[in-house]
Design a protein around this ligand. Structure first.
Ligand SMILES: [Zn+2]
Length: 282
């Protein structure tokens, strides 16, 4: 799933590519993808794109007095193409055709239709339910006092940091990297953090997300590929040696994601029970 660094680089590249581009037509082949009715999608025809920015994990395409708020969910991508998509392409959710022949396309991989877009007056974006409920942006990391207040909840750090209402932009990949960098257990509760641990999380959020964005700035050209070259050190690296201490990185499998951690540095040497594994062994 595209998280803050992936959406940030996508928004930057789209902003450069699309500024001033005139919209020739717009359609939503994925009928459920367009979640707004008024104004109609045709309202952007003939208008120019002013820019693309990011809120949390959501890109926002600014078009005159209107804004297209996009949520890519787990498998969506917002990209610009030199040629128009075939109408048979079943991955297409929203197609914005530009007068110069290019096309801004919201696509979605996999079989599920979850990605969505909403067209609304630009002034309404901040009040949209998906935006109004967001916590402060994870990047740049909030000041320590604010972070301490946000994290002071009796919930495990892994889901807490991924909760967009607590802090916006972190998902299943970067949370592993942040907790590993901070040397904290994913199962530690936010309300049980010492001051120096909150500080470590703050620093880890900052360096991890900034490092990812810097990496993307270096390696991603004008067009963002379908799969971002994520500079991950522990996430998806179960079984490999921890880059910091050399101990084998362990994983816990959940229904739709994997949590990876270093037992040496994060859980006091303990390998936590992997529910999936223990279920398979029964
Ligand atoms: Zn380690």
């Amino acid at each position: 799933m595209p998280e803050l660094p992936e959406v940030e680089i996508a928004a930057r590249r789209l902003d450069t590519a699309l500024e001033g581009a005139e919209i020739e037509s717009a359609l939503a082949p994925g009928m459920v993808a367009l979640k707004s009715f008024d104004p109609p999608l045709d309202a952007i025809v003939g208008e120019r794109i002013d820019g693309v920015r990011r809120i949390g994990k959501m890109p926002v395409v600014e078009i005159g007095d209107l804004a297209l708020l996009v949520h890519m969910m787990s498998a969506g991508r917002l990209q610009v193409f030199d040629k128009r998509a075939s109408l048979k392409d079943r991955r297409s959710r929203v197609l914005i055709r530009l007068a110069d022949g290019r096309e801004l396309r919201l696509r979605e991989f996999g079989t599920k239709q979850r990605a969505w877009a909403k067209l609304m007056p630009a002034g309404d974006v901040a009040d949209d339910e998906m935006v109004a409920t967001l916590g402060p942006e994870a990047w740049p990391a909030p000041p320590l006092e604010e972070l301490a207040r946000l994290l002071d909840q009796p919930r495990h750090l892994h889901p807490l940091l991924r909760d967009q209402r607590t802090i916006a932009g972190i998902g299943r990949s970067w949370v592993d990297e942040i907790l590993w960098t901070a040397r904290l257990s994913p199962f530690k509760k936010g309300s049980e953090l010492e001051a120096d641990e909150v500080e470590r999380i703050g620093e880890a959020i900052g360096t991890t997300l900034q490092g990812a964005i810097d990496h993307y700035e270096d390696v991603i050209g004008e067009k963002v590929p379908d799969k971002a070259p994520m500079p991950l050190q522990v996430h998806r690296r179960a079984g490999e040696a921890c880059p910091s201490c050399g101990r084998t990185i362990e994983a816990i499998h959940f229904k739709d994601y994997v949590m990876c951690y270093c037992p040496e540095e994060q859980t006091g040497g303990r390998v936590l029970k992997d529910r999936r594994l223990s279920r398979l062994l029964k």
